[in-house]
Design a binder for this molecule. Structure first.
Ligand SMILES: [Zn+2]
Length: 493
């Protein structure tokens, strides 16, 4: 027994410490070894596992104390450091440097690709890389487009959206015409025409809370949508954001009011609901967050509570002053140093009161509404549910969490025929289990089985606790197969 133990110990020692003469000939880092400095985070996209044919992007986030805004970072193959693949600069705003689609791996063989990073101003250099796995057989997705009277819809072939595109077109058409009627309740002026068709992208992955918009809207659609959002409500919300910008592209747009408008005109947040009585329920359950405290950093506030409040607040203002006065107030906001100042100045000018006074009136209005036990339980459950969804995103798929989301410019992706960032997102078994449980929670909520929904949420948190404890552990993707190191050029043609 003793001999066997000594033999095992010797075997382990021989594995972890090579003979002395070998140590002197070893390179400073092993081929697959990363040497990323502590205050940098590297994220390659589309998220792992990476496959030959992926068009790779990379986000470098600096978490240290210095200001790297405007400083250069150079990316090259580790084996060919003299020839930069691309150079970019850190953003002043968030200390991030992004290399969009810097490498098309279409003609690369599977293997480990090693990159070299240099920040000349810091005299900082390191190497890091990824395992490129063989191309899976189901790659062939591409962007497809349909045009309706109002809109251009882009979606990805082979997805649930592609299968249901006719019914989705009808929903979009319906929601756009209803949103236009809301903006022009007395009839759409004869000289009004959308400057451009509304551009909507329907993607299979769940990013953020299921939708986002700038000049174009991007919404999630999937038969297994674990975010639990209603497509019509979501699309209406994002259409309002796009129309809001098209109808008025000047002046500030405080989030409290722009999100409030989108929730108000969509008739709910994730699904149709009585937004004012939900606002009252927040007050009755002490979940209410003072608007004066959240207005200047709206996205930092608890998401579901802040959106319900914003929707109820806009509803209240429209009821008090009428749509015409309200939209005139919203579309003519003056510039200011903070959202509080912007909104208060405009309120004083138009209606003779500031935000704090208006909020007191709003609270008094909510207090006069009848108390509703079911509504109170549901606002709490909604907040619990989406807190759990965000915790899951932060721990397991940070590329989907709204604070760290990977949402590259979708128009450029279409132009370049790239679908990967919004399409193939391979799920690990734990993703599948947890996302299925979220669907169970949505189903239980729909059936009014709140206790069951809470029980499933507890179970999800238990799984998330174990993911949190294992933080920093290697995923099977990172460990990968014992793949060879890639030469620095593509193999063919
Ligand atoms: Zn929104």
């Amino acid at each position: 027994m003793l001999t066997r133990t000594i033999f095992i110990l010797l075997t382990i020692l021989s594995l972890v410490s090579p003979p002395l003469e070998d140590q002197q000939t070893l390179p400073p880092t092993l081929p697959h070894q990363q040497s990323i400095p502590d205050d940098f985070i590297l994220e390659f996209y589309p998220v792992e596992p990476y496959h030959a044919e992926d068009v790779l992007s990379l986000r470098v986030t600096y978490t240290g104390q210095e200001d790297l805004g405007g400083k250069e970072i150079i990316l090259s193959f580790a084996e060919n450091p003299g020839v930069p693949l691309e150079t970019t600069t850190f953003s002043h705003h968030d200390q991030r440097a992004i290399f969009y689609w810097f490498l098309n791996t279409e003609y690369f063989q599977p293997g480990f690709i090693r990159f070299r990073f240099t920040i000349p101003d810091l005299e900082e250099t390191w190497t890091a890389g990824i395992n490129l796995l063989p191309t899976p057989p189901d790659r062939g997705a591409r962007w497809e487009t349909v045009h309706t009277d109002c809109c251009t819809l882009h979606y990805i072939s082979g997805t649930d959206a592609a299968q249901d595109i006719e019914s989705l077109q009808a929903v979009v058409q319906q929601e756009v015409s209803s949103a236009l009627t809301q903006f022009f309740p007395d009839g759409i002026p004869s000289d009004f025409a959308l400057e451009h068709p509304l551009i909507l992208n329907i993607v299979p992955i769940a990013v953020g809370h299921g939708g986002f918009a700038s000049d174009e809207a991007v919404v999630t659609y999937s038969h297994r949508n674990w975010l639990g959002s209603n497509f019509a409500t979501l699309i209406h919300h994002e259409i309002v954001h796009v129309l809001d910008r098209q109808l008025n592209d000047e002046g500030p747009r405080p989030r409290l009011l722009s999100e409030g408008l989108a929730v108000y005109l969509s008739g709910g947040h994730y699904q149709p609901e009585d937004i004012v009585s939900r606002g009252a329920a927040l007050l009755q359950t002490d979940l209410y967050l003072p608007l004066t405290e959240i207005v200047d950093d709206f996205y930092a506030a608890q998401h579901e509570i802040s959106y319900i409040e914003a929707g109820a607040f806009v509803t209240y203002m429209v009821q008090r002053w009428g749509w015409e006065s309200y939209i005139d107030f919203y579309f003519t906001l003056p510039e200011g140093d903070s959202n509080t100042e912007i909104i208060s100045t405009a309120l004083e000018e138009k209606f003779g009161l500031d935000l704090a006074t208006l909020e007191s009136d709003f609270i008094a209005y909510l207090q006069r509404l009848e108390s509703n036990d079911e509504g109170q339980a549901d606002v709490q459950l909604t907040a619990d549910l989406y807190n759990a969804i965000r915790r899951y995103q932060a721990l397991a798929i940070p590329s989907a969490h709204f604070r760290t989301a990977w949402w590259p410019p979708i128009d450029q992706m279409r132009e370049n025929g790239i679908v990967g960032d919004y399409a193939f997102r391979e799920k690990s078994p734990s993703n599948i289990i947890i996302e299925s449980l979220f669907q169970d929670v949505h189903q239980a909520r729909e059936q009014g089985a709140d206790a069951q929904a809470e029980a499933v949420l507890d179970q999800i948190h238990t799984y998330l606790d174990s993911i949190e404890r294992a933080a920093g552990g290697h995923s099977h993707y990172t460990l990968g197969a014992p793949l060879p190191v890639q030469p620095s050029q593509k193999i063919s043609p």
